[in-house]
Design a protein around this ligand. Structure first.
Ligand code: GLN
Length: 341
């Protein structure tokens, strides 16, 4: 995982985030740091995604008080893809509760690619976690609703409320993925064979494909993340979308599994819950503080935005967001008294 944090001081005081002017300054610095990173490739296994502008790069921080800081292409829209998994999971937990979702979907990392079939077989048909395709498809299948349309309505309204605006499905992306998603359909059939999906697997994959095709921009991802950072309250609309308990559960799952087989490295380098998508989106949550949304379509081998990771690693250090960072109590006290600079 390329994070390029050499020379960036780790701020270990996990107190409040700095003032707005300093956030803007660090946002610009993180953007400049990540921009030269032109390694990685744009996803093309969903044909339409190959048409994305590889140079596009937007970065946004939304704080829990409603402040929004933006740099670059923050209003360029792209399909949310796997990032939807985290928010659909939160909606399901809100609807059916912690215990049931834990049993049906699980929370452990597979250590394998997001669309792995063998991970299902290796785990006796258990989908393992909601951030890989098997677990995400099982999650979508569990959404309450008499019909697939009812399930879609709940999902669409829920994700729109997280973003604070009515999200639209990108018809081209939906059609392009629908024509080529044989693997996801195979995953759904396999889950059905293990009794993990009780609804029509074709209809479930269709909803899953539509949820992945919802259009967002980097700013939306920051606001959706800030909602999870603020106990489930959208900082722009002040609406409670899910409970604080659901946020805690969702963030724990994201921390362990949000970047697929690179989740361990991500947690080690960035120290925050996050979720990536193959269209180049990346959303990161600093609980109680901020949400970060990034968009840059060039991906590493696991399918995570390269520039998004570099910029987020910088911000985690420079803003003191890493949830594992601390300094000895004595040095913090001296720092506050002005003895240390
Ligand atoms: N819709 C994509 C898929 O199922 C999402 C994958 C991703 O973003 N990693 O393949």
């Amino acid at each position: 995982m390329e994070t390029d944090v050499a020379g960036v001081a780790q701020v270990s005081e996990t107190g409040p985030v700095p003032d707005n002017a300093r956030i803007d300054e660090l946002l610009e610095a993180s953007y400049a740091r990540a921009m030269p990173h032109d390694e990685g490739t744009v996803a093309d296994y969903i044909p339409i995604l190959a048409e994305a502008d590889p140079e596009a790069f937007g970065l946004c921080i939304a704080d829990v008080d409603g402040g929004v800081h933006e740099v670059g292409d923050t209003r360029a829209e792209f399909s949310i893809q796997s990032i939807s998994k985290a928010f659909v999971y939160a909606l399901l937990c809100e609807q059916v509760g912690h215990e049931r979702v834990l049993g049906m979907v699980g929370v452990n990392n597979t250590g394998l690619a997001f669309n792995s079939v063998i991970a299902i077989e290796l785990n006796d048909g258990h989908p393992m976690n909601p951030m890989v395709n098997a677990g995400a498809i099982a999650t979508t299948a569990l959404l309450p609703g008499a019909t697939a349309d009812d399930q879609w309505r709940l999902l669409h309204e829920g994700l729109s409320r997280f973003a604070g605006r009515d999200l639209q499905v990108d018809g081209e992306v939906y059609r392009s993925e629908s024509k080529t998603n044989h693997r996801n359909r195979a995953i759904a059939r396999l889950l059905e064979s293990y009794g993990r999906i009780e609804r029509d697997p074709e209809a479930v994959v269709d909803i899953y494909t539509r949820q992945c095709a919802l259009r967002v921009d980097a700013r939306d991802l920051a606001i959706m993340a800030a909602t999870l950072a603020d106990g489930g309250v959208n900082p722009l609309t002040d609406e409670q979308i899910v409970s604080a308990d659901v946020c805690r559960d969702t963030l724990a799952v994201m921390a362990g599994t949000g970047l697929y087989e690179r989740s361990g490295e991500w947690l080690f380098e960035i120290g925050l819950p996050g979720k990536s998508g193959v269209a180049g989106g990346l959303t990161t949550i600093a609980p109680g503080k901020v949400g970060i949304g990034a968009y840059s379509p060039r991906l590493d081998a696991a399918g995570n935005s390269v520039r998004g990771q570099v910029a987020t690693a910088y911000l985690s250090r420079a803003l003191g967001l890493n949830i594992f960072a601390s300094a000895p109590r004595s040095s913090r006290a001296r720092h506050r008294q002005g003895h240390l600079t």
